[in-house]
Write a protein of this length. Sequence first.
Length: 151
Amino acid sequence: MVKEFLDCDVLVNLPIVKNHVGVGMSGNLKNLMGANAGASNQFFHAGSGAKGEYDDVPFLAQCIADLNTLRKPDLCVSDATEFLLTNGPAGPGELRKLDKVVLGADPVAADAYCAPFVNLKAADVLMIVKAVEWGLGRMDVDKLAVEELKV
């Protein structure tokens, strides 16, 4: 674990929203894996004894939710301007251009709001469901006050 991740005064999480073949999507919750050491990330992806990189999706989703219990971002800035819609996170894949940036203080709500951008429902993204079970945020975005600004 990167020491600065735990010790910083303000944490801004700035993921690019995209498809992720392992857990469905990459956003705020998944982005915190960047604070992990390489060995921890390898363990998270390999799973509980699985042979392939994404053979144990429930394990990876739980690890991501668990990681998010250590430090909640103060601000989440989800970049959905242009992103991978398929074959993410590395591509190549189909690109989608929405020209949207989603801001909020709740990483779960931000990811739940962005899930439809990659053609998913929040309830079908296991790391979001597990994060809700931990009490890390909410996925009922229809009950949130959302304001869209036009430029």
